[in-house]
Design a protein around this ligand. Structure first.
Ligand code: 5GP
Ligand code: ZN
Length: 163
C-alpha cells in the first residue's frame, strides 16, 4: 500500500489511499511517498525476475552468439545455419535469424529482406549439400500446435532421406 505523508507543524500526517487529490497537498508542505515492507519486497522480486529473464535462455540465441556448442555451417549479419541436434533426415539443417524473433507471427514489413535472405541461404546450402537434383524440403513451424518447440524463428532444410 502506498502511504502519502504530509509534513505538518506537529509532525507527519499520513493520508491513506490513492484517491486523495493532489491539490489537497498545499505548498509549502513537502510530499513524501513511503512504501510499506510488502510493496518493497514485491518491487525487488519483480526486478530480480526481470534481470533473470533478460539473460539468454534461448538455445538458438546461444548458438548464434557462440555461447553454446552448435555445429555452425554458415553465418552472416542476418542468419546463422547449423546442424539440427536431433535430425529427422540424413541432412537436417536449421537456418535461424540472428535476432531473437519468436516466430513468423512477430515478423514486420521491415523484415522483408530477412525473409528473402532465409530462402536465398537455404538455396545456397542445398546446393552445397548437393540436394538440388534430388529435391529438399524447407519448413517453418509456427506455434506450439504446429510443432514449434524452439521459439526463435528458424527454417528447417531437410533432404528426402529418412533416418
Ligand atoms: P521446431 O520443432 O521448433 O520447428 O524445431 C526445433 C528443432 O531444433 C528441432 O528439430 C530440434 O531437434 C532442434 N533443436 C532443439 N534444440 C537444439 C539445440 O540446442 N541445438 C541444435 N543444433 N538443435 C536443436
Ligand atoms: Zn533466441
Amino acid at each position: 500500500m502506498v502511504c502519502y505523508f504530509r509534513e505538518e507543524e506537529n509532525g507527519l500526517e499520513c493520508i491513506e489511499g490513492m484517491n486523495r487529490r493532489m491539490q489537497d497537498f498545499k505548498k509549502p508542505s513537502r510530499l513524501r511517498v513511503f512504501l510499506d515492507k510488502h510493496t518493497l519486497i514485491h518491487i525487488w522480486v519483480v526486478r530480480l525476475l526481470r534481470l533473470l529473464s533478460s539473460r539468454s535462455t534461448c538455445p538458438f540465441c546461444d548458438i548464434v552468439q557462440g555461447k553454446a556448442p552448435g555445429r555452425v555451417l554458415y553465418q552472416d549479419d542476418l542468419v546463422t545455419a547449423f546442424w539440427d541436434a536431433h535430425p529427422y533426415t540424413s541432412i537436417h539443417i536449421l537456418i535461424v535469424s540472428n535476432r531473437h524473433i519468436e516466430s513468423t507471427n512477430e515478423l514486420q514489413p521491415g523484415d522483408l529482406s530477412l525473409i528473402g535472405h532465409f530462402f536465398t541461404i537455404a538455396g545456397r546450402l542445398a546446393e552445397k549439400e548437393n540436394l538440388v537434383d534430388d529435391g529438399y524440403q524447407l519448413m517453418i513451424n509456427t506455434g506450439f500446435d504446429a510443432g514449434q518447440t524452439v521459439f526463435h524463428l528458424h527454417m528447417h532444410l531437410r533432404d528426402m532421406e529418412s533416418l
